[in-house]
Design a protein around this ligand. Structure first.
Ligand SMILES: *[C@@H]1O[C@H](CO)[C@@H](O)[C@H](O)[C@H]1NC(C)=O
Ligand SMILES: *[C@@H]1O[C@H](CO)[C@@H](O)[C@H](O)[C@H]1NC(C)=O
Length: 449
C-alpha cells in the first residue's frame, strides 16, 4: 500500500495546502462580513417582498447590497458632530495580555433595565461603518421621521481623514468591530439612551425576513423599551446561522461526527480554529466556554446602562487587542460576532425564541411560536412547489397546462395567506399588551411596550 504522504513529498503538499487555504480565506478589503458570494443581490422589488431572505441567502448570495436609490439623494451625512474626531486618542501602549488583575474582565452584575414611562421618547444613535462605495442614504432617510435619532457614520475607507460629516477610526482593521468600539470609547460619557450598531447595506439577507430584509425597517420598528429591558439585543431574530451552538471552541466537528451541523467545517467557520487562543487574549482569565452562539452578523442595539456596565478602559483594552493582533482581519472580526453577547449579557449562548424576538422586539406578533411557524410552513410549501416546477422545466419534463395552473394557483394562495398573516401580526403588535403576553412579561393598564 502506498503511504498517503511520502516522506519527500509532504512539504510540497503542505505548502500547496497552505497556499490554497490562503487564497480561499483571503477577504476583500471591506468592512462587511461576507458570506461566500454566490450571486449578486438585487434591490428588493416591492411586489416580490420577502424574496431576499434568510433561506435564499445560499442562492442569492452575499450580504452586500448595491447602492439603493436614495429618496433624498443626499450624499453627505447630516446630523453628525464633527467635533467627535478630536476625541480619538491613538493608543500608545501595548495591550495587557497577561492575567494581572487590571487585565481581568470586570464581571459586572447585569441587571435588567427599567423602561421609561409609557409613550416616553428615547434618544438613539445609529452607528455605521461605511466604505467609500457604500451608500447609507437609507439611514439618512430615517432622520426626517425620527427627531430622536442621530447618525454616526465612520469612514473606514479614509480612517484618519474621513470625508466631511463622517467620523474617524484609528485603522481599518477588524471590520465593524473597530468602528463599534471606537464609537463607544469616544462617546462613553454622552451615549444616547440606545446605540444601534449596524452595517451599511440597505437590504441584507441577515436582516429580518418579516421586515423584508430592510435595514431601515429594523431601526424604525425596533422597540426601545425592549432594548432597555434586555440591555443588549441582537437585531437578527432568525437563529440560523449562529444558533444554536455555532462555535465549538474545541474545533469544528468532522463529517460523520455526532451533532455536526450544516456548514460546520473549517472552510465555513475558520474562526473556530483560532477562537481558543484569541479568547485568552481578549478575555484573559476567563474560562473558555465549550460553546458560543448567537444569531450571526454583528448587528445589535445596546442600552447606555449596559455599555457603561463595563468601564471605558475595558473597551480601550479590546480595541488595542484589535489594533495589535496579527490575526487576519476577517477572522478577528468574526470572532467578535460571538463575543458581544458574552461581554454584555455575561452568557456564552444567546438564542432567543424567534417569535418572541419579532414580537417584543419589533411588534410582529403572530400570537405564539406555533402561529409563527405556520407562516414559515406556508412559505416552505410555496417554495418547494416553485422549485419543483423550475426543475421540471429545466429537465424538459412534461407537465400538463392544467397541472401547472393548479400548482401556480396554490403558490399564489399561499403567498396571499402569508401576507395576511404578516399584516395581522404587525397589527397585533401595535398593542403593548399583546407583546407582553407573547414575551411572558407582566403587563398592567398604563404600561407601555
Ligand atoms: C460627545 O462626546 C464627544 C467626545 O467628548 C464629543 O466630541 C461630542 O461632541 C459629544 N456629543 C454630544 C452629542 O454631546
Ligand atoms: C400612550 O399613547 C397611546 C396612544 O396615543 C394612548 O392610547 C395611551 O393611553 C398612552 N399611554 C399613556 C400611559 O399615556
Amino acid at each position: 500500500m502506498t503511504p498517503l504522504f511520502r516522506r519527500q513529498r509532504w512539504p510540497l503538499l503542505a505548502i500547496l495546502t497552505l497556499a490554497i487555504c490562503f487564497l480561499l480565506y483571503r477577504s476583500p478589503p471591506s468592512i462587511n462580513r461576507q458570506v461566500p458570494p454566490i450571486g449578486k443581490m438585487l434591490p428588493i422589488p416591492p411586489e416580490k417582498e420577502g424574496l431576499y431572505d434568510t433561506e435564499l441567502r445560499e442562492t442569492h448570495g452575499a450580504a452586500q447590497s448595491p447602492p439603493q436609490p436614495s429618496p433624498n439623494s443626499a450624499n453627505t451625512v447630516t446630523n453628525l458632530d464633527s467635533d467627535d474626531l478630536d476625541a480619538f486618542i491613538p493608543p500608545t501602549h501595548s495591550p495587557a495580555t497577561g492575567t494581572s488583575p487590571a487585565a481581568l474582565f470586570p464581571h459586572p452584575t447585569y441587571t435588567p433595565g427599567i423602561p421609561k414611562p409609557a409613550n416616553s421618547t428615547y434618544t438613539r444613535t445609529l452607528v455605521i461603518p461605511k466604505t467609500s462605495t457604500e451608500d447609507v442614504s437609507w439611514a439618512q432617510g430615517l432622520l426626517s421621521t425620527d427627531p430622536h435619532l442621530t447618525l454616526a457614520v465612520y469612514d473606514v475607507s479614509h480612517p484618519s481623514s474621513p470625508a466631511s460629516g463622517l467620523h474617524a477610526i484609528p485603522q481599518n482593521k477588524g471590520h465593524e468591530v473597530m468602528t463599534y468600539l471606537t464609537h463607544i470609547i469616544t462617546h462613553y460619557n454622552n451615549l444616547s439612551d440606545i446605540t444601534i450598531f449596524m452595517h451599511a447595506h440597505a437590504i441584507a439577507w441577515h436582516n429580518n425576513d418579516l421586515l423584508l430584509s430592510s435595514s431601515a425597517a429594523l431601526v424604525s420598528h425596533l422597540s426601545s423599551p425592549h432594548v432597555v429591558r434586555a440591555g443588549y439585543v441582537n437585531l437578527r431574530c432568525h437563529q440560523d446561522p449562529g444558533c444554536p451552538a455555532h462555535i465549538h471552541t474545541s474545533g469544528n466537528r468532522k463529517p460523520g461526527e455526532a451533532g455536526r451541523q450544516d456548514g460546520e467545517d473549517d472552510a465555513n467557520r475558520p474562526e473556530v480554529a483560532i477562537f481558543a487562543q484569541v479568547w485568552k487574549e481578549i478575555l484573559p482569565g476567563e474560562a473558555l466556554p465549550e460553546v458560543l452562539s448567537q444569531p450571526c452578523c454583528a448587528q445589535f442595539a445596546v442600552s447606555r446602562e449596559r455599555i457603561r456596565a463595563l468601564p471605558r478602559e475595558r473597551y480601550v483594552f479590546f480595541r488595542e487587542w484589535l489594533l495589535q493582533t496579527p490575526v487576519e482581519d476577517r477572522l478577528s472580526g468574526r470572532v467578535w460576532e460571538y463575543i458581544w453577547q458574552y461581554i454584555w449579557m455575561g452568557v456564552p449562548e444567546l438564542c432567543p425564541v424567534e417569535s418572541v424576538c419579532y414580537c417584543d422586539g419589533y411588534g410582529v406578533c403572530f400570537g405564539g411560536e406555533d402561529k409563527y411557524q405556520e407562516y414559515f410552513a406556508k412559505r416552505k410549501e410555496a417554495r418547494e412547489i416553485d422549485k419543483s416546477l423550475a426543475e421540471k422545466k429545466e429537465k424538459g419534463q412534461k407537465i400538463s397546462e392544467a397541472e401547472e395552473k393548479r400548482l401556480r394557483g396554490r403558490i399564489d394562495m399561499l403567498t396571499t395567506e402569508m401576507e395576511v398573516l404578516r399584516k395581522e401580526a404587525m397589527e397585533r403588535g401595535k398593542d403593548p399588551r399583546n407583546r407582553a403576553k407573547e414575551a411572558g412579561r407582566l403587563w398592567k393598564e398604563g404600561d407601555g411596550f
